[in-house]
Design a protein around this ligand. Structure first.
Ligand SMILES: Cc1cc2nc3c(=O)[nH]c(=O)nc-3n(C[C@H](O)[C@H](O)[C@H](O)COP(=O)(O)O)c2cc1C
Length: 145
């Protein structure tokens, strides 16, 4: 694989929140503040979506940085049953404006239509739904308006 391709790597995984749901706001707040610091430093961008006890996260950046970030995330006791859905090079960043955006899917107006995509067995559908959610919240700059 060429070095160029290793320049932008993309991981999408899902996991299950392992603490009490009533405490999720605190956990997410802590996660986002650490992510803002680390991801800016490591030039990682992405989106974290929470949906009633489950996390979905896209991480994009250099192969090395994305993988070492994922390794740290993988040992975090706030979630378990991590499942990698996509692990591949990408031509460009999709979530490039955010060190780590966050959306609570359940609060979205079109939650019901997004829900099946988010929980799909097809990784590309899960990814496409993350992109839609990002668009909904203005995280992704569109090439055309
Ligand atoms: C669902 C979830 C998403 C996370 N996302 C990130 C992330 O994008 N970047 C990050 O640095 N840490 C993230 N973390 C936190 C890491 O697991 C870990 O606590 C942190 O990277 C440690 O950083 P430190 O070594 O600077 O203290 C996440 C944790 C969870 C549970």
């Amino acid at each position: 694989m060429s070095d160029e391709k290793l320049e932008c790597w993309n991981i999408l995984y899902r996991s299950v929140y392992s603490n009490d749901e009533t405490d999720v706001i605190n956990s997410v707040w802590q996660i986002l503040s650490v992510s803002a610091r680390n991801n800016l430093r490591d030039k990682i961008t992405g989106l974290l979506v929470y949906d009633r006890g489950r996390f979905f996260q896209v991480l994009e950046g250099s192969f090395e940085n994305v993988n070492s970030c994922y390794k740290r995330i993988g040992t975090d006791s706030r979630h378990d049953r991590l499942e990698v859905l996509i692990d591949q090079p990408v031509a460009i960043r999709t979530f490039g404006r955010w060190a780590m955006g966050f959306v609570d899917a359940f609060e979205l107006e079109d939650y019901l239509s997004l829900q099946s995509g988010l929980h799909s067995d097809h990784p590309s559908e899960v990814y496409d739904t993350m992109v839609l959610i990002g668009r909904e919240h203005g995280l992704i700059q569109r090439a055309t308006s």
